[in-house]
Design a protein around this ligand. Structure first.
Ligand code: CTP
Ligand code: MG
Length: 282
């Protein structure tokens, strides 16, 4: 098995908000390099192709070109809008002789060697392999409409000892000076109507790396309609070809929001300010 690794890193990080999630510090190195590192020491890996943002490729190269080169990686131009566009472009850079392609999000810095082992081992006998973890929570389908669930209610006000202006009275120990006050913090609660409970049986949250025989992946990406694909396996499924799920890793989370970064740092024992792991702090 000769593997080319594609790392999509061309997203705009919209849901992350201010800052660049892939450049965020993750224990002395950026999230993106952490996501690449597990592949650099593997014998099966022949190439690591990191696809950066088309509108900002020069600064992406300035930032990552040298450290990625050191890790054996190359930078190519990704797609502007969707992840699948990025993978489609990066596929052109897969060198001759590769039998498989592994695709791993640049925003998953907690990938560990055991998970790569599982995916690569399964890839020796299966043409498309993805890691996933079973859902544990109860699932509810909800209406799209948002409403306010904490509108002031006379009964609740009476229990809380609020007077007509919402000022706290004796029960909360507040001073009632007769002037109107803002509602207590947390008074507004956005809510939705629950429609039904959805069975979680047989449902998995899937992760990357996803591994494919190269011919199968090329065929999947040669389909005329790639719209709506949120992972690579989905395009293989559209061909009607089988996809195999192996045990993923709860820690291998994708950094989407600022909170995900905090959680990932906590899981990795990493301080938020670029310092050493917390267990080596002293
Ligand atoms: N990605 C990509 N090209 C795109 C869109 C996404 O290479 N056109 C990459 C991201 O850089 C990330 C991975 O795909 O490493 C997973 O995508 P996601 O977590 O959705 O990241 P973003 O698209 O950057 O974030 P958002 O959707 O919040 O804008
Ligand atoms: Mg996205």
């Amino acid at each position: 098995m000769r593997v080319a690794v594609i790392v999509p890193a061309a997203g705009s990080g919209h849901r992350f908000g201010a800052g660049d999630k892939l450049a965020s510090d993750f224990g002395g190195r950026p999230v993106l390099l952490r996501s690449v590192e597990p592949f650099t020491k593997r014998d099966e890996v022949d190439a690591i192709i990191v696809a950066g943002p088309p509108d900002d490729l020069e600064s992406f190269r300035d930032r990552y070109g040298a450290p990625l080169g050191f890790l054996g990686g190359t930078v190519v131009e990704g797609g502007r809008r969707d992840r699948w566009e990025t993978v489609l472009r990066a596929l052109e850079a897969v060198p001759e002789g590769c039998t498989h392609v592994a695709i791993h999000d640049g925003a998953r810095p907690l990938l560990d060697d055991e998970l790569v082992d599982r995916v690569f081992e399964a890839g020796r006998t299966r043409a498309a392999v993805i890691p996933g973890v079973p859902l544990r929570d109860t699932l509810k389908k909800c209406g799209a409409e948002l409403f306010e669930a904490a509108e002031r209610d006379a009964t609740v006000d009476a229990i809380l000892g609020l007077d007509d202006d919402g000022a706290a009275g004796d029960i909360l120990g507040g001073e009632d000076d007769g002037e109107s006050q803002a509602p207590p913090p947390g008074h507004q609660v956005a809510a939705r109507e629950v429609q039904e409970t959805v069975s979680r049986e047989s449902l998995y949250r899937v992760q990357t790396p996803q591994l494919f025989e190269i011919e199968l992946l090329r065929r999947a990406y040669a389909q005329s309609d790639l719209e709506g694909a949120t992972d690579d396996a989905m395009l293989v499924e559209r061909l009607g070809e089988p996809v195999t799920l192996v045990e993923g890793d709860e820690r291998n989370l994708k950094i989407t929001t600022q909170q995900d970064l905090e959680i990932a740092r906590a899981l990795g024992g990493i301080r938020g300010d670029g310092g050493r792991p917390s267990h080596k702090r002293f």
